[in-house]
Design a protein around this ligand. Structure first.
Ligand SMILES: [Zn+2]
Length: 235
């Protein structure tokens, strides 16, 4: 985002299904990567990297599966760690993976704010099309804090642009989760005011990621193009 007043910063909390070898026994002596949706957000890293490249934005990815430590949960949340981990293992994962990810992303966000720019933080995720028997029909979900007018207005503009570019897309706000639920953007909102920080989570239905590769590749391009238009409207 070559704009002196705004900075785009991208994070991907559930980028990988990587389980370091020393923890493999917790998951039945893993010999193959865990492809289950609970291990990572399939497709999210691909989209995050595309957006980062397109907008020359920094991109921070968690480097371990959320099954071990969930970088989109706050310290103290009961879903932060795999329940089978010992206390020393939790500490090690927190210090080696969680903290470096959170601190480096937060440092970039705070540095941009200190230099007088308004940060648009996009946290990129994907969701499973079927959870506990419930079929989730939306294609994309935009999560934000409805009390923050800047986030609300940005999402409204982004949704409208996307709908214009690809009318068949089913777009939802604060779906399949609420934007104010525990997460990295929610944590940053507690530190930075609405004038200097917009925190938006984008959730992509994994059904679209699993479709034919050209369809997913095209959708990534459409998301990037619509974001460019929404950002231009922000200036
Ligand atoms: Zn996620």
């Amino acid at each position: 985002m070559p704009d002196p007043d705004h900075a785009l910063i991208i994070t991907c909390e559930h980028a990988t299904n990587h389980i370091p070898r020393r923890y493999a026994l917790l998951f039945g002596d893993l010999t193959m990567p865990l492809m289950d949706h609970s291990a990572f957000d399939n497709g999210a890293a691909e989209l995050a990297r595309l957006l980062a490249a397109r907008f020359a934005a920094p991109c921070f990815e968690a480097d371990v599966s959320r099954l071990l430590v969930d970088c989109n949960r706050s310290p103290g949340h009961r879903g932060l760690f795999c329940p089978r981990l010992e206390a020393d293992e939790r500490d090690a994962l927190f210090n080696r993976h969680y903290l470096p990810f959170r601190q480096s992303a937060l440092a970039a966000i705070e540095a941009a704010v200190s230099s007088g720019r308004r940060v648009l933080h996009l946290s990129i995720h994907s969701f499973t099309p079927c959870l506990n028997g419930e079929v989730r029909r939306a294609d994309l979900g935009f999560l934000y804090d409805p009390r923050r007018q800047g986030e609300k207005a940005f999402c409204r503009r982004w949704l409208a642009t996307l709908k214009e570019m690809q009318p068949s897309l089913r777009l939802r706000r604060n779906y399949p989760y609420r934007g104010v639920a525990d997460g990295f953007t929610t944590a940053v909102r507690k530190i930075l005011p609405p004038e200097s920080y917009l925190g938006i989570e984008l959730e992509v239905n994994q059904r679209l990621v699993d479709e034919a590769p050209p369809v997913w590749a095209q959708l990534r391009q459409t998301i990037a193009a619509s974001l460019a238009a929404a950002v231009a409207g922000e200036r």
